[in-house]
Design a protein around this ligand. Structure first.
Ligand SMILES: Nc1ncnc2c1ncn2[C@@H]1O[C@H](COP(=O)(O)OP(=O)(O)O)[C@@H](O)[C@H]1O
Ligand SMILES: [Mg+2]
Length: 240
């Protein structure tokens, strides 16, 4: 698991380690490559999504999937949720792109059962998804580990300036936010006005950045998880 003690080391290795592509995830819609990063004697697996492999999306004409994946990681860090595996942008064998630590999931866990549960790790992801306006939280984008942590992946279609939340995690609809969740949003607001905000503004459009701040403020004022929108398919299809 990624902790405060090993995060910097992992990020440094992702950044300067030797990146080799070892496979391709065949069911992926864009060029989602499986890679191996080597630093000295050590190596670990990663996901590598080169920008050149991105297909144009009519509803996301600006920016890149890779930038939004990185911005999503920065939000997870700013909210202190640790719900996105270490992610960064770098050069690779197929050019500039997003690189993310591969998480070995607990194969014993049935994701079709997991996603409906009321678990703190899932609830964190649900809150995170409202903030980043995730349009693609599928069951297969949940990564539970053997030590009980739950990461999420595939955050390329996020941060749209219009509300497009589409997720399988609706079990907290209209539930009151916990004090700790409100505190998390306050921390995020402060971060968006400082260092994290500066970084994120380089990754998404100004309109998207303004909408992000509005979503955080709205959530903090409403103090409840939102309900599915009647104007938009609020659950991804297929859900996996
Ligand atoms: N960092 C990761 N660690 C472990 N598994 C991952 C990671 N990123 C992606 N995956 C797995 O690979 C699948 C495809 O990756 P995804 O990011 O969803 O690609 P695409 O954008 O093409 O849908 C995911 O559904 C998940 O099962
Ligand atoms: Mg996917």
């Amino acid at each position: 698991m990624v902790t405060d003690d090993n995060r910097d080391e992992i990020l440094a290795a992702l950044d300067y380690g030797d990146l080799k592509v070892t496979g391709r995830l065949v069911d992926a819609s864009n060029a989602t490559l499986f890679g191996e990063i080597t630093v000295g004697e050590n190596s670990f697996n990663c996901i590598y999504k080169p920008v050149t492999g991105e297909r144009p999306l009519w509803d996301f004409p600006d920016g890149t999937l890779a930038n939004r994946e990185y911005a999503a990681y920065l939000i997870s860090e700013a909210m202190q949720l640790n719900c996105v595996p270490p992610t960064l942008l770098r050069e690779g064998p197929f050019g500039f792109g997003m690189v993310q630590l591969w998480i070995d999931i607990d194969e014993e866990i049935d994701l079709a059962e997991l996603y409906r549960k009321d678990l703190p790790g899932l609830r964190n992801l649900a809150l995170f998804d409202v903030v980043i306006n995730n349009t693609d939280r599928k069951i297969g984008h949940l990564l539970p580990t053997v030590d009980g942590h739950i990461y999420g992946c595939d955050h390329g279609v996020t941060f749209h300036s219009e509300d497009k939340l589409r997720t399988v995690l609706w079990q907290w609809e209209q539930f009151s936010l916990l004090d700790s969740e409100i505190k998390t949003l306050q921390i995020l607001e402060t971060e968006l006005s400082s260092q994290t905000g500066v970084l994120i503004q380089q990754l998404i459009t100004q309109e998207e950045f303004d909408a992000l701040k509005v979503r955080v403020q709205r959530l903090r004022e409403a103090k409840v998880f939102p309900s599915p929108s009647p104007d938009w398919p609020a659950v991804p299809w297929p859900p996996f």
